[in-house]
Each structure stands twice: as C-alpha cells, then as structure tokens.
Design a protein around this ligand. Structure first.
Ligand code: AMP
Length: 417
C-alpha cells in the first residue's frame, strides 16, 4: 500500500514526500480511511508507530475544504514537548496547504499566544491548563470546532489532567469528530473513551507491550554504584543518542551535571525548567549537541528523537505502563533500540511484572571489570562531645592560673577527645 491510495490532496502528498515517507505505517493504513470517513476513532497504538501522521493527514484533508482562519481542529497533548512536536509535524505536512497550526501551553507569554489566535489559525495544538485559562478569559473561540484529538490520553490521566479534559469537553460543540490515542488503556481512559467517543472504530496496533524492535537488559546494581556503572557502561557501549530516566527532578539535574563534569555531552530535561530551557535541552538533544539527555518521566513523555539508540532506566519506573512509555522513546519507526534497566536488590520483584507484559525473561548483565563490591561510603558521622565545664577546682591543661591549686587538671585524654 502507498499513500496514493488515500486520495489525499496533492499539496498534502507533497508534504509526505518532503518528509521521505514512502509507505504508510500499519496504524496509518488502518486509521486514515476511517478518519477520512469522519468516524470517531480510538487508536491503541504503541509510541513510535507513526500515530501523529495517522491523525494529522486526514485532518489536513478535511480542512482543505471549508472556511479558513477559524479554529476547526484541536489537538490536546499532555506535555509542551509533545504539543510542539505535533505542531512541527503538522507544519511540515501542511507546508503547501496554507493551513495554519498554532500552539497553546503554559510557561510562555499568554499575550503572544492570544496574538497568534487573533491572526487566525485552523489548527490548535494545546496543553489542557493554558487552554482552559484562555477559554475562561474568552480569548479563544472553539464554537466551530470540527475535530478533536486527545493524544497520549493515558499520559494525561497519569499527569492528573482528566478533570481538565472533562471540563474542556463540556465546552466544545457536541457535533464533532473525536479521535483518542493512547499507548496503554487503563480503566479510566476506557471510561473516558466511552463517554466522549460516538460509535468509535477501534484500532490496536500490536498489543500494549513495548515495541518489539527494542531489546531489553537488566543491570543489577546497588544504588551507590549507579552513577559509576552508568558512566562505565556508556564508555563501553556503542551508542547514538541516549535517554536516561531518573525518578526525580533533582536526580535528573544532578546526574546530568555529574556526567557533564566527567566529560559527557549531557543535559537534563525536567518539569521545573523554564520553557526556554526545556526547549533548548530538547533541541540540543535532537540536533546532536548533547548525546545524553537525563530526564524525568513527565518531561520525556511522547518526545520523538529519531536517533535514540538507548534508553537507560537509571531509576526503575513506577509502573509497567511507565516502562512501556520510556522505552518507546527508542526503536521508533521500526528502527532498533536497546533498553537498559538498573535494578537494585529491592526492585527485583517489579521486574517480574515487566517480564509478564513482555512475555519473555529479561537478560541480566554484569559489566566486566566493574567493581561491584565497593561499599557505600558512610557519611562521616561527627560525634560532638560536650566538653565538661571545668569546675572551680578543675581546669584544662594550659589554662592553669599560676599560684592556684586544682583538684584535677583536664587533658585531651581525660576530656575524651
Ligand atoms: P509518532 O509515533 O507519530 O511519534 O512517529 C514516530 C516517528 O515515525 C516519527 O519520527 C515520524 O516522523 C516517523 N514516521 C511517521 N510515519 C512514517 C512513515 N509512513 N514512514 C516513515 N516514518 C514515519
């Protein structure tokens, strides 16, 4: 099958050609015809399957006809990075169509976003918080919306956006086409889908297990040796871009700094950074300035960097779904990738859950000539000894007043220092 069979507008076809897509991916083959027929769709697709173009292409086709300079398609994404990425795909694919896409998300000036809305656009890619804000202020008119996309719905749920989504939904025109994409299908998302989709066509590409083009390995290690093991592992492994996941923002920042100090081209991406810094880190990682990106789960949701050869779980993810999301950052668009997971002795039980979903045992590896026996440095515990006050008839050595007699003269020994 090739893209010609969808009968897309020649201007859209030229966008596809410019991106070098020669044939549709399975999710595109399945979804595009139904979306073109204006059906509601639920796409249960692993990350990296080409799902963005699966909804972008038929939306562009729909928007080629009809009025311009009014918002007709809204795509809601959980993170700013994903919103930017979708917007960029949209812009690349619609380059010759004269359709316009804009982004709306927090962390940047509201005024410039309002100006963009006023200038007129047909497509908005938004994160829930800022969108509600602008809706409350009456700054955005969605009354003529035709298509709504909820992308990475399970991430939105994980990030606590579900109430926001329901608020937005209540204020959108009832008569619309709705598309929902999710890498996994927790019960809450299934419920949401039942509420908002009208007689949907459901597509599931593979199962919700991680992409099959990724090979998995465990590196048993105790917490205090993780940093050294990571650096040694990177020295020994032939990698392209590497995405390292930590549990917390502080750990991401600290590890990136330590790696930089050790001579690696590393930077961090976490939710506390300003939007400018987030963009700089991600762009630097994309264009190869940084080979290593140390990130938290939230910050790395949905990011698409084609050359990620390795995902390293420096800290174990909290859930199997999070594992799926993380490692979905590599092995994208049928390329191969490696997922390494550091596992401490306390975390082994969780590995079984991952193995159950993968349907295979994950190989455990140790690094030759890495000293796993080094003990954790116990911090120097300072024992503050209260120096007993010298009583009237005592003194400390060297402080004797000539001519006085003392019952005791305290020395370092007698004081216990
Ligand atoms: P997505 O799952 O939408 O994030 O897409 C993952 C990657 O696949 C992106 O880098 C896309 O540019 C790429 N991609 C999407 N569709 C195709 C296609 N038909 N042929 C080749 N690459 C594609």
């Amino acid at each position: 099958m090739n893209f010609k069979s969808f009968n897309l507008h020649p201007h859209i076809e030229s966008g596809i050609k410019a991106l070098g897509y020669t044939e549709p991916t399975p999710i595109q083959t399945q979804c595009i015809p139904s979306i073109l027929r204006e059906r509601d769709v639920m796409g249960l697709a692993q990350t990296g399957t080409g799902k963005t173009a699966a909804f972008v292409l038929p939306i562009l086709q729909r928007l080629m006809d009809g009025p311009r300079k009014r918002i007709r398609a809204l795509i809601i994404a959980p993170t700013r990075e994903l919103a930017e990425q979708t917007h960029e795909s949209m812009c690349q694919l619609c380059r010759r169509t004269k359709l316009k896409s804009i982004t709306i998300y927090g962390g940047t000036k509201k005024d410039s976003q309002i100006r963009m809305i006023r200038k007129g656009a047909e497509i908005v890619v938004a994160c829930p918080g800022r969108l509600i804000d602008l809706m409350d202020q009456g700054m955005i008119d969605l009354s003529r919306l035709e298509v709504l996309v909820l992308d990475e719905a399970d991430s939105m749920f994980d990030m606590g956006f579900l109430p926001d989504i329901r608020t937005i939904m209540k204020r959108l025109p009832k008569q619309r086409q709705t598309l929902l994409f999710s890498a996994t299908m927790p019960d809450d998302i299934r419920e949401l889908a039942q509420d908002i989709l009208h007689n949907p066509v459901t597509f599931q590409i593979g199962d919700t297990a991680p992409v099959s083009t990724v090979s998995h390995a465990l590196y048993p290690v105790e917490p205090h040796l993780k940093k050294d093991l990571l650096m040694r592992l990177l020295d020994r492994t032939d990698t392209e871009s590497v995405l390292v996941f930590t549990r917390t923002k502080i750990r991401a920042t600290r590890l990136a700094k330590q790696m930089k100090k050790a001579g690696f081209f590393a930077t961090s991406l976490q939710g506390d950074l300003t939007q400018y810094k987030r963009k700089k880190a991600l762009n630097g990682f994309r264009n190869g300035k940084y080979q290593i990106l140390v990130a938290t789960d939230i910050a790395a949701r949905g990011i698409d960097v084609s050359r990620i050869s390795h995902v390293i779980n420096y800290d174990m993810p909290d859930t199997v779904d999070a594992y799926t999301h993380r490692i979905g950052r590599t092995g994208r668009a049928a390329r191969t990738g490696d997922a390494f997971t550091f596992v401490t002795s306390k975390e082994r039980a969780f590995v079984w859950n991952i193995e159950k979903v993968l349907g295979e045992k994950i190989e455990s590896r140790t690094l030759e000539d890495f000293d796993y026996t080094v003990q954790a440095r116990t911090g120097t515990v300072r024992k503050w000894r209260i120096r007993p006050p010298a009583t009237a008839c005592e003194t400390t050595k060297g402080n004797e007043v000539p001519g006085r007699t003392y019952s005791r003269c305290l020395t370092a020994d007698t004081l216990g220092f």
